[in-house]
Design a protein around this ligand. Structure first.
Ligand code: PEP
Ligand code: MN
Length: 262
């Protein structure tokens, strides 16, 4: 169902009014995790102002260490909904397992994180929903495995899938992951599904987000996911890779100009 052969036209996915694919470009921006009402609302307003089309924010966080901040849970989703009311931006947030799905009724797009790309039970369950799914590429997954994960969702009836390249694990250790820009033309060739790029989790450092974003736009991506925090030094998760609102604003100007030049 994800195969371009049987579906020559680009899919266009509608996330609460924000379109992705077939020439429509989406920018998902916001904090790694929802932390406080002030943090999420201040950040959301700045993202909207700069031109983001979707607000991101994690309430359930898949942290490497069980002793790290695990997210605010259902309360975090409520704050995200509040930020949606304040800004009008649709929201995307990660669901880590089936038991959490009950809290996501008012979330516009569900994110399947890299670590869950092959959680087939979860994929089948979100495949039964009528809601767009953001499917992140697994840390060491091939294109074929990634597309098969999309098939798990689509074969249950939900064809609203957006792919997200967020960097893969390679032999390089200077960066958190290696952003695979080849995924853009390759996925466009193999599939009709939109593909967006997440330079924040790929690089792991804020100063690399701009060049990787511009490379992604130049490479034909259907959108970007960028972590933005109103005060990155105080972030409870992924602070080193978060852009400040002013950095995000200037990046957006360049992204828009580059898209116009393409
Ligand atoms: C995230 O988007 O905050 C996240 C945890 O992403 P990934 O699953 O790509 O690591
Ligand atoms: Mn993060």
């Amino acid at each position: 169902k994800a195969n371009r052969k049987f579906h020559p036209d680009d899919s266009v996915i509608n996330v609460g009014g924000a379109l992705i694919g077939g020439g429509h470009f989406a920018v998902m921006a916001g904090p790694c995790s929802v932390e406080t009402p002030e943090q999420v609302i201040e950040t959301a307003k700045a993202c909207k102002e700069a031109g983001a089309t979707i607000l991101r924010g994690g309430a359930f966080k898949p942290r490497t260490s069980p002793y790290s901040f695990q997210g605010m849970g259902p309360e975090g989703l409520e704050l995200l909904e509040l930020a949606k009311k304040e800004t009008g931006l649709p929201i995307v947030s990660e669901v880590m397992d089936i038991s959490q799905l009950q809290y996501f009724d008012n979330v516009d797009m569900l994110q399947i994180g890299a670590r869950n790309m092959q959680n087939f039970t979860l994929l089948k369950e979100v495949g039964k929903l009528n809601k767009p799914i953001l499917l992140k590429r697994g840390l060491s997954s091939t294109y074929e495995e990634w597309l098969m994960a999309a098939e798990y969702i689509m074969s249950e009836g939900n064809e609203q899938v957006v792919l997200c390249e967020r960097g893969i694990r390679t032999f390089e250790t200077k960066t958190r992951n290696t952003l695979d820009v080849t995924a853009i033309p390759m996925m466009h060739e193999l599939s009709h599904l939109p593909i967006i790029m997440d330079p924040s989790h790929a690089a792991g450092m804020s100063r690399m987000v701009r060049p990787l974003s511009l490379a992604s736009v130049g490479g034909g991506a259907d959108g970007l996911m960028i972590e933005v925090h109103n005060d990155p030094s105080k972030a409870l998760c992924d602070g080193p890779q978060a852009l400040r609102p002013d950095q995000f604003t200037s990046l957006m100007k360049e992204v828009i100009a580059l898209r116009q030049a393409l």
